[in-house]
Design a protein around this ligand. Sequence first.
Ligand SMILES: [Zn+2]
Ligand SMILES: [Zn+2]
Length: 95
Amino acid sequence: MNSIARGIGVALLYVIAAPTYVVIALINVIRSAPAARAIRTGIVVCPHCRAENDLDVKATCPRCCRTDYGNRLRCRCGNEASSFDCDHCGTTIDL
Ligand SMILES: [Zn+2]
Ligand SMILES: [Zn+2]
């Protein structure tokens, strides 16, 4: 009897926890959406001056200091940037 009650308790915990996992998964999707959109379109609009920043430009990697043409958010050394400076106003844009 006692183990049945414990089993029901554990099952109940899973039922309560399930929506929490769904919410966490949704938050992760929403958070990654701007970065995913930026990589798809190749353009990031500055939230301050509204200038369109191309991602496919000549940029220097902050880790290996390699300067090359290509996606400014990714480098051959494996470095992935989560922000960069706006070409127009210089404000750091977080992705
Ligand atoms: Zn690099
Ligand atoms: Zn700007």
